[in-house]
Design a protein around this ligand. Structure first.
Ligand code: HEC
Length: 170
C-alpha cells in the first residue's frame, strides 16, 4: 500500500467519524428541543395564553352598566398591634408629674423627702393622702391640683407616686 493510499484511508476515516459525531449532536439537539422547548411552539394554546397574560393592559375601563369581570379588589388592612398600655412606676410618675412642685416646694408643696413637712400629712393615713393626690386638695399650705394636673394618669399611677413620696420620707 502506498503512503498516499494509507493517508487517504486515514483521512476518510477521520472525516467519517467527525461527520457521525456532528450528526449525532444534531439529532440529540433536536431531541432536546422537542423535550424542553415545546412551550415555544407558537400556536400552542398555552403559549398564546402566556403571551396574552404578559401583554394585557394594566387597567381596564368599564362603562356604566357593564358587568365587572374582575372581583372588586379586597383591601386588607394589616392588623395593627394593640397599643400597649404602659403603666408608669411611682418614681416615673413623680418625675414627670409631681417633681415640678414637690421637688423644690413650689406653691407650698411639701418637699420630697423632707420629713418635717410630711410627718403630719402621713399621719392622716395612706388613703387620705392618695385621695387628696387624685382629687386635688387645698390645705393651709397651698393648692394641690387633682393628679398634679396630669389627668391623663390613672388613679393607680398617682397612688404609686404617693407610695414613692411617702417611702422617700422614711
Ligand atoms: C402645681 C403644683 C403641684 C403638683 C404638680 C403636685 N402637687 Fe402635690 N401638693 C401641692 C401642694 C401645694 C400641696 C400642699 C397642699 C396643702 O396642704 O395646702 C400638695 C400636697 C400633696 C400631698 C399631700 C396631701 C395631704 O393630704 O397633705 C400629696 C400626697 C401630693 N401632693 C401628691 C402629689 C402627687 C402624687 C403629685 C404628682 C402626680 C403631685 N402631688 C403634684 C402641689 C402640687
Amino acid at each position: 500500500m502506498s503512503r498516499d493510499q494509507k493517508f487517504f484511508d486515514m483521512y476518510s476515516l477521520v472525516i467519517g467519524v467527525l461527520a457521525a459525531i456532528a450528526l449525532a449532536i444534531l439529532v440529540l439537539t433536536m431531541k432536546m428541543q422537542d423535550l424542553t422547548q415545546d412551550v415555544y411552539v407558537r400556536d400552542a394554546a398555552e403559549y398564546q395564553q402566556a403571551v396574552l397574560s404578559r401583554i394585557q393592559p394594566v387597567g381596564q375601563v368599564y362603562l356604566p352598566g357593564e358587568q365587572h369581570s374582575a372581583a372588586a379588589p379586597t383591601v386588607t388592612t394589616p392588623a395593627q398591634p394593640e397599643p400597649v398600655a404602659t403603666v408608669m412606676t411611682g418614681p416615673q410618675v413623680y418625675n414627670s408629674a409631681c417633681s415640678a412642685c414637690h421637688g423644690a416646694g413650689i406653691g407650698g408643696a411639701p418637699v420630697l423627702g423632707d420629713a418635717a413637712q410630711w410627718v403630719e400629712r402621713i399621719s392622716q393615713g395612706d388613703e387620705t393622702l392618695k385621695r387628696h393626690a387624685i382629687e386635688g386638695f387645698t390645705g393651709s399650705a397651698g393648692y394641690m391640683p387633682p393628679k398634679g394636673g396630669r389627668l391623663d394618669l390613672s388613679d393607680a399611677e398617682i397612688e404609686s407616686a404617693v407610695d414613692f413620696m411617702v417611702g422617700e420620707v422614711n
